[in-house]
Write a protein that binds this ligand. Structure first.
Ligand SMILES: Nc1cc(CSc2ncc[nH]2)c2nc(N)[nH]c(=O)c2c1
Length: 379
């Protein structure tokens, strides 16, 4: 089904639901995103170890880039001078950027959070930077991102209810300021609000309802995948979901494992991003229909079988486990490249199967069948 939209609009259309699971299309001037969607992470303008034509061929409609990293190196103004991120990294599909606050808290030293924004020292060269909601939106605009994030404060779990409330309400004030600053940008781009509130249901509901009242074109659920158990993450999704508009996309930030994706789709999530497939690829961990396969393990040393002979991905179908094990043992870069390629492809086909199953009203059976494959393991 092709979905045509005028060149300068952002829109979301639901095409089917199965319980709380949904499938549809996010339309942007740079192309359509089929949902549920997994968005490969291209932190410093590259999905580590892959060419973008492999990312596209694997089925990805959109990739992520990181405001925090790119503002430090090569610099947002420099990327703009070079024609913007799409041209810079040669990806002509939609790009989503995060707002940078989360990375500041996890990567930079010396940081001070205030009402105006966050002041931090660069992990690259030690320079001091100010990041306000307005500057974050300006940077994302300079990069040319199609989907942008408000500046928010994500608390680490576990935290006190007071701490979660303070950060959530600061993020709401920053949502207003980000939205106002975003109005200066070209049509067709979207700014998402980010739901916060830690693991406190009442705070999560307050955040979702306040953001819904600001009428964003899409909503991110932040503050999860920060070390909490999966059941806490899923409970927070169930708490938030009823308070988000059904006609707008929901993006669960930083999630997750294949199991996290299937369970979150079942609860109404449309978009995901995670470094898991590429980071695991660099650590010799392959995600397959048979579950996880650790290619460091000596049991693969003489196994002539590919990871999955029925796959249409060369990395899964054409290379023996013995060869992949050899590359890993020798710490050869091709090992990371092939396993990252395999993992990105696996995540994309997992979501493609979910979209089809939802459209056919059999998502529950799909999840059971996928999990059965993992349980049967690697015969
Ligand atoms: N778990 C998690 C992950 C991310 C990074 S998403 C990402 N950025 C770049 C790649 N991936 C988050 N980002 C923001 N802004 N807020 C959050 O609460 C949050 C939570």
């Amino acid at each position: 089904m092709t979905v045509h939209t005028p060149a300068d609009t952002f829109s979301f259309a639901l095409s089917a639901t199965d319980g709380a699971a949904r499938t549809g299309f996010v339309s942007t001037p740079r192309g359509v995103i089929r949902t549920p969607a997994f968005m490969p992470v291209g932190t410093v303008a590259t999905v580590k170890g892959l060419y973008f034509d492999q990312v596209k061929a694997a089925g990805a409609d959109i990739v992520l880039a990181n405001t925090y990293h790119l503002m430090l190196r090569p610099g947002a103004e420099r990327v703009a001078k070079l024609g913007g991120l799409h041209k810079f990294m040669r990806w002509d599909g939609p790009i989503l950027t995060d707002s940078g606050g989360f990375q500041v808290m996890s990567l930079s030293s010396l940081r001070k959070m205030s009402e105006n924004g966050v002041t931090f020292r660069s992990h690259v060269d030690g320079a001091i930077h100010e990041m306000s909601p307005e500057r974050s939106v300006e940077i994302q605009g300079l990069l040319g991102a199609d989907i942008q994030m408000q500046l928010d404060e994500c608390v680490r779990l576990p935290c006190t209810e007071e701490e979660a409330a303070r950060a959530m309400r600061l993020s709401l004030r920053w949502a207003e300021r980000s939205k106002r600053a975003f109005e200066a940008q070209p049509k067709g781009r979207a700014l998402f609000g980010i739901v916060q509130g830690g693991a406190v249901p009442a705070l999560r509901v307050e955040s979702a309802r306040e953001l819904a009242g600001m009428d964003f074109p899409g909503y991110s659920i932040g503050g999860l995948a920060v070390g909490e158990p999966q059941e806490v993450m899923l409970a927070m999704i169930e708490t938030v979901e009823p308070h988000l508009p059904t006609a707008k996309p929901r993006y669960l930030m930083g999630v997750g494992t294949p199991d996290d994706l299937l369970e979150s789709v079942a609860r109404g999530i449309d978009m995901f991003d995670c470094v898991m497939p590429t980071r695991s690829g660099r650590h010799a961990l392959a995600f397959t229909r048979f579950g996880r396969i650790n290619l460091k393990n000596a049991r693969h040393a003489e196994d002539p079988r590919p990871l999955d002979e029925e796959s249409d991905c060369p990395a899964l179908r054409d290379y023996s486990r013995a060869y992949l094990h050899h590359l890993v043992r020798c710490q050869e870069m091709l090992g990371s490249m092939l396993i990252s390629w395999a993992n990105i492809h696996y995540y994309q086909q997992l979501m493609a199967g979910a979209r089809k199953a939802i459209a056919e009203g059999r998502y529950g059976d799909y999840v059971a069948q996928v999990k059965d494959g993992w349980a049967r393991g690697d015969l």
